[in-house]
Design a protein. Sequence first.
Length: 227
Amino acid sequence: MQVPPPPPLPPSPPSWPPWSRRDQLRASDEDREQAVTELTEHHVEGRLSSDELSERSRLAFAAKTNGDLSALLADLPGRQKSPLTVWQGVRSLRARGPFPGLGYLGFWPRAGALWADLILVGGVGYAVPTLSHDAYLSAPVAVLQAGYFVVLWATTGRTVGLWLVGGRVVREEDGGRLGLGRSLVRMVGYLVDVTTCFLGFAWAGVDRRKQAWHDKMAGSYVVRRLH
């Protein structure tokens, strides 16, 4: 006597809550752009090479589900948002930047970042000779003040002021770190901007790529994330 096959199992109920199925959901264009933004940020921070960024960005734009996008970011640390990012701006009023997920930082956020940095280094420059009562410290302090900009541009791409407004200095050809040589040229450009009655700084307000004269001299962009 032949035993009849068991009845088929009922279909599994859908996962609940709905966000537990997020990796199975279809990815939207906004999801793909967000993934490319994060990949570009990791490239700027040195975790991905230019070839890896290009390949992963291609896969991100071709991804069908959120799970596909998550797989492209699985070996990278999670993105951290600065709680002090005070300049978000309006996307529709700002030009997109030269790299996926990045836009040019506008004139007024840049001006605010510069003022914050000048207040910081100016306070240190005033306090050290005053506390020590030694006029001979003025020259070393000036070198340290310039070094603050050069070292941070070269290593992280952002000073305290740029961190506050969500900006970063990158190379114009590939979005990588500026490096020491270009950072020194950029600092020389600052001096040129000052000697021209700050016209070089103001140029960022009318330039299509938001480059001041020191950016053009060093081959740099100041960029922000597109949210």
